[in-house]
Ligand binder design. Structure first.
Ligand code: SER
Length: 611
């Protein structure tokens, strides 16, 4: 079974239980400046978990592309990847604990409709109580009954293990005390697969002689799915209140499920990553079976996969925000390959590996034209870096004085991202004060607020009015560009912070000052007209027939939400979009276009600010 088979099997299973399948959202959250990347399946579902009606009903399932930049440093062991797909099923005030745990247990163990895993190899964790919420006795009882159906006498301490909030509470910001006001969350129950003490990774683990438990790091157990009972919302007084609707937020690691099916805890042997590793073996002329090369090969395989998906979702390498994370991934992959081969030329071949990634994921994620365009972006980035790589590494070796300024110079002059410098220095046994490095960086470079503050760790703030206003401005800009520059303008990506909107679109020429002025004037005229912004739900076909714009490359469900700016029969803008938006352009200030950039031959970037 490949991940494609498992994904399909899960969709079939959930569909047979009344769920509608929805496509994955982009890795770059739209209209949400609080986080750089989509890092959990529930992120795009937030409005619905909080009570907004979903056009497709109260039972939904999906496989969401996720990227966790906070895990970059962990990649290299058998289980961490920055990119992964999270299977999800959602009950929006419909079924709850009993049904959910039964669904997942059946999907895992049933030989016909599920994966046929041996239930003796499964253990579960439940919430032990805390923060004014009782121990989850109900979940314990449900699990006991489920295990009993397959002849296993489970009880606390045998297959069922309670843990405190640190392990068994889920919200985007962590434990109840860390949740901001208005944030939903709840106790959860995780399922772990037992790979056994005989597996190699366990033998190598530094923890192997410690007392083992399902949540420990010895390599024996791996979490394969998490059912969150999302029933609370944090109050201003610090307490937790029941949500008006009790939700289920289930997340299952697609690749980890394949690892369990294969009974092989090395995630890099699974169907999506094994072909990438094989290409790296060919390119580096080293074998993955040799322990000392394995970590580098895993890093290259993961980073190229993640990089390909990020580029597909509109990210370009740059010095800020998402672009900086992408740059760091690609350059780190290049350095790891360089260390494997000691040959600068070899890194120029890295982009060729992308072919196995776009081929493997052709369905459901990549179109045929994606390979050349992703390859082009990676080639441009890596060739730039390859020129200075040797010299940068020499500087690193010979310089006894490793301080923040040095790290910054290395970045300025040789393009070494800070974290990579720190990693190489650590390998050389040199002490690195990351804080000092960072401070020097901050002084010189205005890294985006979100990337430097680590807000992509799932931290969040309220969707502030200004971010919502910029989101509406995105639609105005898109519509105005098409009116002034013509219909070959197609949105390729956007990014919003509290200070500005960044907008990428297909267009080959430089935009003249007159054109910029015309675009600004048109947007400001519409804002002055105080046009209404109306949200409707309708079949995708109807929306497209009515002339609604859809985001290039994005997949949409059959029933979509559509935002129309201006009168219904003479609208200024109509776009498929999940929102949120302002209700009237009266809420917007005047805008300025402050900068334009070119991103290669076919894409341009504009920055827009409210005056
Ligand atoms: N939100 C939970 C997680 O990310 C389950 O989807 O683990």
């Amino acid at each position: 079974m490949t991940i494609h088979d498992i994904r399909q099997k899960y969709f079939d299973f959930m569909q047979a239980r009344g769920h509608q399948i929805i496509p994955s959202s982009s890795l770059v959250p739209e209209g949400d400046a609080t986080t750089l990347f989509t890092s959990a399946g529930m992120q795009p579902m937030m409005p619905y978990l909080l009570g907004q009606k979903h056009p497709l009903g109260a039972r939904l399932a999906d496989s969401q592309k996720c990227f966790r930049s906070q895990d970059i440093d962990e990649v290299g062991d058998n289980r961490h990847t920055t990119f992964f797909e999270m299977l999800g099923n959602w009950s929006l005030g419909d079924y709850f604990k009993k049904e959910q745990l039964k669904y997942f247990f059946t999907f895992l163990t049933d030989k016909k409709v599920g994966l046929g895993l041996d239930p003796h190899r499964l253990s579960v964790s439940v919430f032990a109580g805390g923060s004014g919420v009782d121990k989850d006795e109900e979940a314990i009882q449900i699990w006991q009954n489920l295990f009993a159906t397959v002849g296993i006498q489970a009880k606390e301490g045998v297959h069922i293990f309670p843990y405190p909030a640190k392990k068994n509470w889920w919200s985007r910001s962590g434990t109840p005390d860390q949740m901001p006001t208005g944030e939903p969350g709840g106790p959860d129950s995780e399922v772990f697969f037992d790979f056994g003490v005989e597996n190699k990774l366990h033998e190598l683990s530094p923890w192997k002689d410690e007392p083992c438990h399902i949540n420990c790091d010895c390599g024996r157990f791996m979490e394969i799915g998490n059912s969150v009972f999302m029933q609370y919302v944090k109050q201003a007084d610090g307490s937790l209140k029941e949500l008006p609707q009790k939700n289920i937020d289930f997340g299952g690691g697609l690749t980890r499920l394949e690892a369990a099916v294969r009974d092989d805890p090395d995630m890099f042997n699974i169907s999506s990553l094994a072909p990438v590793i094989q290409e790296i073996e060919k390119l580096s002329e080293h074998s993955y079976s040799v322990e000392e090369h394995r970590s580098s090969m895993r890093i290259i395989a993961d980073h190229l996969t993640a990089g390909s998906f990020l580029i597909k979702d509109g990210v370009f390498p740059s010095n800020k925000g998402q672009g900086y994370v992408l740059r760091r991934l690609l350059r780190r992959a290049a350095i790891k390959l360089y260390f494997l081969t000691s040959d600068r030329e070899s890194i120029l071949k890295l982009p060729e590996i992308v072919r196995v990634i776009t081929d493997f994921y052709a369905h459901p994620y990549f179109d045929p034209q994606d390979y050349p365009s992703i390859q082009h972006t990676i080639t441009t980035e890596i060739s730039k870096f390859s020129h200075s790589l040797d010299r940068g590494l020499k500087e690193l070796e010979k310089n006894p004085q490793v301080d923040g300024k040095f790290a910054f110079d290395l970045y300025q002059n040789y393009g070494f991202p800070l974290e990579i410098t720190a990693e190489i220095l650590a390998q050389m046994g040199k002490q690195v004060d990351l804080k000092e490095f960072q401070a020097e960086f901050e002084k010189h470079k205005e890294l985006s607020r979100t990337s430097s503050a680590g807000m992509f760790k799932g931290g969040l703030a309220d969707k502030s009015q200004v971010v919502t206003a910029y989101h509406t401005a995105t639609h105005l800009l898109h519509a105005s560009l098409r009116r002034i520059l013509g219909n070959r303008v197609e949105q390729k990506g956007s990014n919003i912070t509290a200070d500005r909107l960044r907008f990428d679109f297909s267009y080959t020429e430089k935009i003249t000052d007159e054109q910029i002025k015309a675009i600004e004037d048109l947007i400001n005229k519409k804002i002055a007209e105080k046009l209404s912004v109306v949200r409707e739900e309708m079949p995708k076909e109807d929306a497209l027939k009515q002339g609604a714009l859809a985001f290039f490359g994005q997949k949409y469900p059959e029933i979509v939400s559509v935002y129309t700016i201006g009168p219904k029969n003479n609208f200024f803008s109509k776009e498929l979009c999940g929102g949120p938006h302002v209700e009237s352009l009266a809420e917007l200030a005047k805008i300025n276009i402050v900068k334009q950039e070119s991103l290669g031959a076919t894409t341009r970037r504009l920055y827009l600010q409210f005056v």
